[in-house]
Design a protein around this ligand. Sequence first.
Ligand code: HEC
Ligand code: HEC
Ligand code: HEC
Ligand code: HEC
Length: 437
Amino acid sequence: MRRFLAATLAAAALSAPAADRPPLPYEAKGTHLGVVNCASSLCHGSISEWKGSNVLQNEYVTWSRVDKHALRAAQVLTGERSRRIAANLGLKQPAHEAKVCVDCHGHNPPAERRGERFKASDGIGCEACHGPAEGWIRSHVAPGATHERNVADGLYPTADPVALARLCLSCHFGNKDKFVTHRIMGAGHPRISFELDTFTQTQPPHFVADADWERRKGRWDGVRVWAIGQALAAQEQLDVILDPRRGRDGLFPELVVFDCHACHHPMSDTRWKPRVGTRPGAIRFNDANLLMLRQIVRATFPADAASFDELVLQLHRGVAGEGGDALEAARRLRKGLDGVVAKLRGREFGDRDLKAIAAGLVDDGVAGHYGDYAGAEQAAMAVASVMNFLARRGALGDVRAANAALDRLFETVKDDEKYRAERFRAALSGLRALLGR
Ligand code: HEC
Ligand code: HEC
Ligand code: HEC
Ligand code: HEC
């Protein structure tokens, strides 16, 4: 029974790990030239979109005017809140000079890989996502340039959903090199939430995945992007508990991978309700991504759905000391997810899949699976993404009613401290009818 994707051990062979893992921009070998090299009005700094070009040409304008990576990320480090965080942590440098902060709130490649015109004050610039430009800045505008060729020359493959997820998560959750620990949160850092498809849409995007984009870069399927984002987020989180160095902090495990609100709420507000896999007085693993993967596994590997659920249950039991081996479950989930990602790469989601996923999310929610805020928040973003696709494909009956119902749903997850599972469930049931059930 317990063989989540054991049958797809071949899937491990399917995903060639090396090709899957191009160096992240901060790890790459080339020289980072600086935003100024991309910003000319004849390059990516045009005021308006160019009609005859493959790309919009106004990416710099979008980035510098409305993208928080340019406007806020670095500036935030000189503010009052960051001063307090740095002081609470006892950092020797101010936040805007401390590697632990600038690695995520800026673009911080090693000194020897910075060109003459590279400026740290540019914030999270083009090369923080697209990779050091030295290798491709000339060739990517030469006649006959192709996307494959640019990537071979060191352009980071942002169009590939697996590479994209690794890139965004490296800062929006953290990885082996940089990570917002509970120690940093305890010093005053805000909780981080992330969902790849939603955040790609709200960045806001400076690209349009139209027919021309797809001809150059392959198909953009937002549901696939969502699904791959969930799998990689779960893997990053499981990596933390599996790593003896990152997974512990003194006597306690690293607390960031658990449900924040299991600990953070007033004692007078008694919330305990029986739930499978846990017990009163236990902290709970933050299973938000795993709850989303439950739907993804069901839609993509129906034969493995039961064993996936079983492993998640074993993880919860182990965390609560109720008789499962949490680390063993984490290891097997981690490995099985490699197979899921390999298969998702080529997966096309049709209207029926989308409706099944949306309905599964709604049904699980109504059945009470999203008792913790983090799961509810992910479910709300997922339902919205999936319904948005259905609407764009013309497969959703009443779009206006759907938008109103989604607004009511988001209202219930607006503030994590005021989250009430009953209200979330009620709002979800309002969506059920719209999905034709
Ligand atoms: C692993 C990456 C990472 C690290 C390390 C990190 N941060 Fe952050 N930080 C983020 C992300 C991502 C957000 C945005 C959270 C959101 O809005 O979802 C954020 C948000 C913030 C905010 C709130 C920003 C706002 O717009 O209100 C402050 C302040 C902050 N970080 C300061 C710091 C300081 C100081 C350090 C160093 C001690 C630090 N951060 C380390 C990723 C990181
Ligand atoms: C936070 C990450 C991030 C930053 C910062 C960023 N980009 Fe992008 N960019 C993306 C993503 C994601 C895509 C979409 C995937 C793709 O087309 O490869 C993209 C796509 C593009 C495209 C291709 C559009 C197409 O149709 O092929 C261009 C050109 C571009 N970005 C230029 C820039 C420039 C110039 C800057 C700096 C001013 C910049 N980007 C900063 C993430 C980023
Ligand atoms: C180098 C680190 C880094 C990378 C890579 C990165 N981000 Fe961010 N991102 C941040 C930080 C830090 C913030 C917080 C800015 C602030 O509010 O102070 C942020 C903010 C955002 C926001 C605004 C969130 C809000 O609360 O308003 C969105 C959306 C976003 N990022 C999407 C993405 C996406 C999509 C990718 C991948 C293409 C990505 N980011 C890659 C560091 C990064
Ligand atoms: C196992 C219980 C536990 C979990 C889970 C937990 N925390 Fe904490 N948290 C604590 C304790 C204990 C403190 C220290 C409280 C104190 O100093 O008074 C703390 C302190 C904090 C503080 C500083 C509060 C203050 O009064 O200065 C923040 C912010 C915070 N945690 C955020 C989070 C976030 C975000 C998460 C989830 C990602 C989380 N915590 C998960 C137990 C937990």
